[in-house]
Design a protein around this ligand. Sequence first.
Ligand SMILES: Cc1cc2nc3c(=O)[nH]c(=O)nc-3n(C[C@H](O)[C@H](O)[C@H](O)COP(=O)(O)O)c2cc1C
Length: 190
Amino acid sequence: MHTLVIVSHPHLAASRAHRRLHDAISGLSGVAVRHLEVLYPDGRIDAAAEQAAVLPATRIVFQFPFNWYSTPPMLKAWQDEVLAVGFAYGPGGTRMRGKQLQLVLTAGGARDSYRLGGHNQFEVVELLKPLLATAHFVGMSVLPPLVLYHVPNVPGIPVPADVDARIDAFARHYRDLLAAAPVSAAALQA
Ligand SMILES: Cc1cc2nc3c(=O)[nH]c(=O)nc-3n(C[C@H](O)[C@H](O)[C@H](O)COP(=O)(O)O)c2cc1C
């Protein structure tokens, strides 16, 4: 296994985008997928099992819908539990070093709303800084985030007419990205 995908979506059954992203990458060779809300319906993460899943991966993907400019709560809990002292940082905490982090997220807001003066005021990459800082802290390198904008799935919010076509195109791109083995950290720096 070269890629571990941590999926966090509070209601995957009601999802329009993530269900299709999940389907697109399921069964890819070298890719393991763990959906936190399915694995842990009681919300209690098995840190040892998650750490064991992390160890063989060279690339770790966080796949999630933007929820109040952040990750859903289970993905935050995953970071709190799995990136523990002695594993990810502190004395002997070297196990995340050299791995790559790929963020794959969907947002209800349109791309143009994520700018100074726009409806969401900040660019997505600015809002992702806590995740990027966490990756840096534990010695991971960060790949450019993949963002699918303008896919609202909230009752009462209008759905853009082209949403299905855009989700399908994004899902194909995502699958192709994961099907390719991760580029080495040295090549990324070159
Ligand atoms: C609680 C909640 C918070 C949300 N926060 C944001 C947000 O901060 N920015 C944004 O663009 N969309 C936000 N959305 C919209 C979701 O990101 C969007 O519905 C989701 O990415 C669609 O994916 P899905 O079809 O897989 O559910 C939020 C939705 C919910 C339910």
